[in-house]
Design a protein around this ligand. Structure first.
Ligand SMILES: Cc1cc2nc3c(=O)[nH]c(=O)nc-3n(C[C@H](O)[C@H](O)[C@H](O)COP(=O)(O)OP(=O)(O)OC[C@H]3O[C@@H](n4cnc5c(N)ncnc54)[C@H](O)[C@@H]3O)c2cc1C
Length: 109
């Protein structure tokens, strides 16, 4: 008999697990205690190690479409906007920035 999985929490971990279960046709239900509308406006950085996992879930195009690819970082002075420090980001896997809502959008695609 096929087991039905209860995924507790619709955070990054829970939704990634749910996506992986969906790809394997394993039935599941996601339970979330907080209303979904809370906290979705905040930004999040998706570092290459995270992006590699999302790619393994087949979400390459979806992430690219709703994120900004980051090629470098600059820290500037609030006083005079002078550049204090900066570095380029040049990994094989992209480094993205997006709104947290991405995970909910990805889920409903
Ligand atoms: C200020 C801040 C900034 C961050 N910025 C980044 C960033 O830029 N990039 C990055 O990769 N990471 C960032 N992180 C870390 C990232 O947010 C966490 O690593 C990630 O959210 C962990 O995901 P998770 O699914 O394990 O847990 P969570 O995101 O905490 O999700 C757990 C979910 O389970 C729900 N839940 C808990 N108990 C129950 C229950 N009993 N029943 C039902 N639902 C339940 C909670 O409401 C929650 O929605 C940041 C963290 C903070 C605090």
């Amino acid at each position: 008999m096929q087991k039905h999985i209860a995924v507790i929490g619709a955070g990054i971990g829970g939704l990634s697990l749910a996506k992986a279960l969906e790809l394997r046709h394993i039935p599941f239900t996601v339970f979330e205690k907080v209303p979904v509308s809370k906290g979705l406006g905040m930004g999040i950085q998706l570092s290459p190690n995270v992006v590699r996992v999302l790619h393994s879930l087949g979400l390459n195009k979806e992430i690219e479409n709703i994120s900004h690819r980051c090629h470098g970082v600059e820290v500037r002075s609030f006083k005079d906007d002078k550049k204090l420090v900066g570095w380029r980001i040049a990994y094989d896997t992209p480094y993205y920035q997006c709104r947290y809502v991405i995970f909910y959008i990805l889920w409903f695609i």
